[in-house]
Design a protein around this ligand. Sequence first.
Ligand SMILES: [Zn+2]
Length: 198
Amino acid sequence: MDHARPVSEPDILLVIGAHREELAFGDRVAETLEVLSDIPPFSVLRIPEGLSGRHPRSDEVYRTDVQHRELYHQIKAEVGSRRLVIDLHRGFDDHGPCADIFSGDDQLLRTIQNQIDDQGTDTKARALSSVRCIQIDHSERNQDRAMISAYTRIPREVWDAPSFRFVGLEVYIPTSDDGRQTDWVFAADLLKTIMQTV
Ligand SMILES: [Zn+2]
């Protein structure tokens, strides 16, 4: 994560590979996104050796928590003056591609949801109807689902930062590999929608 930053950096930072098993998927999505039209300028923070997305054994929990916190502090240090950070993840769902969008900013989530709802009635829009917007909070009811509770492990100074907005995007695909073109296009379209809120 020690790459040079241009003098004038884009407002948007896309983070890929926070979980190392998901890095190749992130690469494909970023490549797909770069050739879409009307994309606001963005930079990619590619984490070459991310965390393991595997569920930790009980004796690994403490170390995993520390590594997780350290990684997100490093990500925060990379944000600079940017206004939006999108943290891309890949999950598995038989009926995918589908997605969850996480943010601590309910206003931002409503804006994203409205944009998704406004996409019309074409095929892409039907795929986008399988997107859920989920607010990050620390209440008990969110603890029963692995991904949501994982997101609550992101330090509050990252997801609730005063100087930038943080969005987690988990795209669920129907294979456990790096996905297919349809998955990458689905993810890239969704990123475009999120990026256009800036
Ligand atoms: Zn992940």
